[in-house]
Design a protein around this ligand. Structure first.
Ligand SMILES: Nc1ncnc2c1ncn2[C@@H]1O[C@H](COP(=O)(O)OP(=O)(O)OP(=O)(O)O)[C@@H](O)[C@H]1O
Length: 270
């Protein structure tokens, strides 16, 4: 369990990116931080592995305060996948995937063997192993990024808009792959996106953020869709724009395409 309590981040120029944020990211589940640009999603994510240090508040992982952990060791124990893969351009696919295990002192032979297994897991053809990032499509680069994030077999995987830079079809494919991988590996995933469809597809829990990391609403996708807490939430989810509107059929919520999206509680349907 990752727990953030009263966490604030003020950058040196005075920008309060995150103001008094508290939340839990449960183990083996995917939590999506959803919000528009500048709402503090990346800052929250980076505070979990101490790429950014919180100004105040507490962050614990399984009860241990991360402020007491060595930041470099902490960072290497947590998978991190960023937009555009963040790959090292002059290293082969295999070396990119093996980066963290090699830093952790794993032998090159076993790091590469593990990297080949991960290539298979994320759906990359083995013949790509010796290629350089520039010789891959955007979608393939993202797969390498996911494999690299998983290479040290971390319990926690932080993903910062990992599929933001690819076209919608490839994006849907990558989302499917992630769902498949997560079904097998059950990592604790924190996934940042500003894309509502992506959040609804991937999130066991969605935390919708307004500016300053203020929580507009948290819950499952159907909970947010079925009972948006404010006009801001309804607007962000696009509930006023038709396609995502929900209709009540005897207590079962269905979307505009007739797909079940949730169940109304007794009170809400009364
Ligand atoms: N190093 C920094 N110094 C000063 N301000 C920063 C820094 N990094 C981020 N900010 C500011 O903090 C706020 C939150 O930024 P953050 O990147 O966390 O938001 P975000 O929701 O992830 O946005 P995006 O979707 O655009 O990545 C923004 O106002 C941003 O300009």
């Amino acid at each position: 369990m990752i727990e953030l309590t009263g966490v604030t981040k003020t950058y040196p120029d005075g920008t309060v990116a995150v103001d008094d944020f508290s939340a839990q990211f449960p183990p083996h589940k995917t939590t999506v931080l959803l919000g528009s640009s500048g709402s503090g999603k990346t800052t929250i994510l980076r505070m979990v592995n101490r790429m950014v240090d919180a100004t105040s508040g507490t962050i614990t992982i399984d009860g241990d305060d991360i402020a007491d952990r060595d930041p470099v060791k902490l960072r290497r124990s947590i998978g991190y996948v960023m937009q555009n893969g963040g790959l090292l351009p002059h290293r082969s696919v295999l070396d990119n995937i093996a980066t963290v295990p090699l830093l952790n002192g794993v032998s090159k032979a076993s790091a590469h063997a593990r990297a080949r297994e991960l290539m298979d897991l994320v759906g990359l053809d083995a013949k790509m192993a010796k290629r350089y990032p520039a010789q891959l499509s955007g979608g393939q680069q993202q797969r390498v990024g996911v494999a690299r994030g998983l290479a040290a077999d971390p319990n926690i995987l932080l993903m910062d808009e990992p599929f933001g830079a690819v076209d919608p079809l490839v994006r849907a494919e990558l989302q499917d792959e992630l769902l498949r991988i997560q079904h097998t590996l059950a990592k604790t995933i924190v996934f940042v996106t500003h894309d509502v469809e992506e959040a609804l597809r991937l999130g066991d829990q969605i935390i919708l953020l307004a500016e300053g990391g203020h929580i507009a609403q948290r819950g499952t996708g159907p909970e947010l869709l079925g009972a948006p807490a404010s006009p801001f939430v309804a607007d962000f989810l696009g509930l006023d724009r038709g396609s995502r509107a929900l209709f009540d059929h005897d207590g079962v919520l269905v979307d505009a395409f007739g797909r079940a999206a949730g169940v109304l509680t007794q009170d809400a349907s009364a």
